[in-house]
Design a protein around this ligand. Sequence first.
Ligand code: ATP
Ligand code: MG
Length: 136
Amino acid sequence: MERTLAIIKPDAVERGVIGAIIQRMEAADLRIREMRLVRLTKADAEGFYAVHRDKPFFDNLTDFMSSGPVVVLALEAPDVIRHWRRLMGVTDPAKAGRGTIRREYGTSIETNATHGSDAPETAAFELDFFFKAAHR
Ligand code: ATP
Ligand code: MG
C-alpha cells in the first residue's frame, strides 16, 4: 500500500468541481485517508513548492496557489503515486490525454486543476507538510 498527496487547486475549487474530481478518485478505488479545505498563505505555497524556487514560474505559481482555498487529500492505494498522476494527465491541460482530469478541468499549464506527488520521497514530504504524523 502507498500514499500520495493530492491537491484540488484554487481554479478547480472556484469552478465548483471538487465533487467531480473526488468522484474520479473514488471511481478509481483511490481511498481518501485525510481531507481538508485550506487557504495557503504565500509563504505556505513557497514552502510547499520549494523545489521549484529557481523556476521562472515560481512567483506566479505561489501567487496562484495562495489565491483561494484548496482541498488537500491523502490518497491510498497500491502504486497510488503513479496511478493518480495517470488520472491527472500531464502538466499542460492542452497536452493531457483525453479523459484525464487536467484535460477536462484544467485551463492552462498553471491553472491545471490538481496536484499529485511525483515520487515516494516527495509524497512523504508533502503528506507531512499538510498532515504531519496523521497520515501514517
Ligand atoms: P504538480 O506538481 O502540480 O502535480 P507537475 O508535477 O505536473 O504538477 P511541476 O513541473 O511539478 O508539474 O510544476 C508544478 C506546478 O507548477 C504545475 O502543476 C503548474 O501548476 C505549474 N507550472 C509548471 N510548469 C509551468 C510553466 N511552464 N508555466 C507556468 N506554470 C507552470
Ligand atoms: Mg510536480
